[in-house]
Design a protein around this ligand. Structure first.
Ligand code: PBG
Length: 330
């Protein structure tokens, strides 16, 4: 027996060319989906205080951001509206208006860029309700599953007819993927994809997002009666299995970094494109660390995004998408 190791793993790490050669995971701009917040008006950029570096954009500026995404190699943008307060109501009916902010932005991006970019749209009522919940509520504030699913199906069709490419229900009602899939097929929308927010947790990391879409101040209570308990992992596998059975084209785990165990189990257990959402609170955490000098911003961003790929993701929704794509393209 030699007294030294014959296999030295450090050999392959000793130079940059060698690290490039043996790297197991690759990260590229094609892995990224860029969430964008829409606001009313023209030529408007409104910075979101709790998300330094992220703004709400009026529709004309959203088109410019989508054009920027194409230039950077980002394949898809995700749109979220900040609905004006006077258009929010108990039943979130503005979600069904074919000329709402969301549909206007979808049409504008598709008119300008066509198939050069994918447009993913969030299906849930929280940007449209006066109570900030994702669905219709009863007198106790409990979110009703079937009545909500019905409205969400109409919302999904409304977005599809405006030109959305990927419908992404983020509401966590049971059975809504099947319902939406049937409605899409029935309407002749055979190529519209569904990315199911399958394992979406009742998380404390969504705070800045709720500021960005203006639902945070309105929300009474929490979303624990429909979003998942952070204590549960097996249940996430049941959620994913249901959404796949109902016709999802891809599935998502959300939030991202605190739930990489769920990502890995999902990647091992299911043969379907898998995404993670690095959510607003995660973005804010990285920015706060960088601002405090507790870490290098660029390195923190690229390390976390690589971690999602290593854990088995096909891609990641991240507010750092454009920033990260620029780093990767350099
Ligand atoms: C809406 C929705 C939320 C997020 C995406 N879609 C908020 C919530 O469920 O309260 C959060 C995204 C983020 O924090 O970046 N249902």
């Amino acid at each position: 027996m030699p007294s030294f190791p014959s296999t030295r793993l450090r050999r392959t790490r000793s130079t940059s060319w060698s690290r490039n050669l043996v790297r197991e995971t690759r990260l590229s701009p094609h892995d990224l989906i860029w969430p964008l917040f829409i606001t009313s008006g023209n030529g408007v950029e409104e910075p979101v205080a709790s998300l330094p570096g992220v703004s709400r954009w009026s529709v004309d500026n959203i088109v410019d951001r989508a054009r920027e995404a194409v230039t950077l190699g980002i394949p898809c943008v995700a749109l979220f509206p900040n609905t004006p307060p006077d258009k929010r109501s108990d039943d979130g009916a503005e979600a069904l208006n074919p000329d709402n902010l969301m549909c206007t932005a979808i049409r504008a991006v598709k008119d300008a860029l066509g198939d050069e970019i994918g447009v993913l749209t969030d299906v849930a009522l929280d940007p449209y309700t006066s109570h900030g919940q994702d669905g219709l509520i009863d007198e106790k504030g409990y979110v009703l599953n079937d009545a909500t699913s019905e409205v969400l199906t109409a919302q999904a069709l409304n977005q599809t007819e405006a030109g959305a490419d990927i419908i992404a229900p983020s509401d966590m009602m049971d059975g809504r993927i099947g319902r939406i899939r049937n409605a899409l097929e029935g309407g002749g929308h055979h190529n519209t994809q569904i990315m199911a927010y399958s394992a979406k947790y009742a998380s404390a990391f969504y705070g800045p997002f709720r500021d960005a879409v203006g639902s945070g101040g309105l929300l009474k209570g929490d979303k624990k009666s429909y979003q998942m308990d952070p204590a549960n992992a097996d249940e996430a596998m049941r959620e994913i299995a249901m959404d796949i059975a109902e016709g999802a084209d891809s599935v998502m785990v959300k939030p991202g970094l605190p739930y990489l165990d769920i990502v890995r189990s999902a990647a091992d257990g299911f043969n379907i494109p898998l995404f993670a959402y690095q959510v607003s609170g995660e973005y804010a955490m990285i920015e706060a660390a960088a601002a405090a000098g507790a870490g290098d911003r660029d390195a923190l961003i690229l390390e976390t995004l690589m971690a999602f790929k290593r854990a088995g993701c096909s891609g990641v929704l991240t507010y750092h998408a454009a920033y990260a794509a620029r780093l990767l393209n350099d």
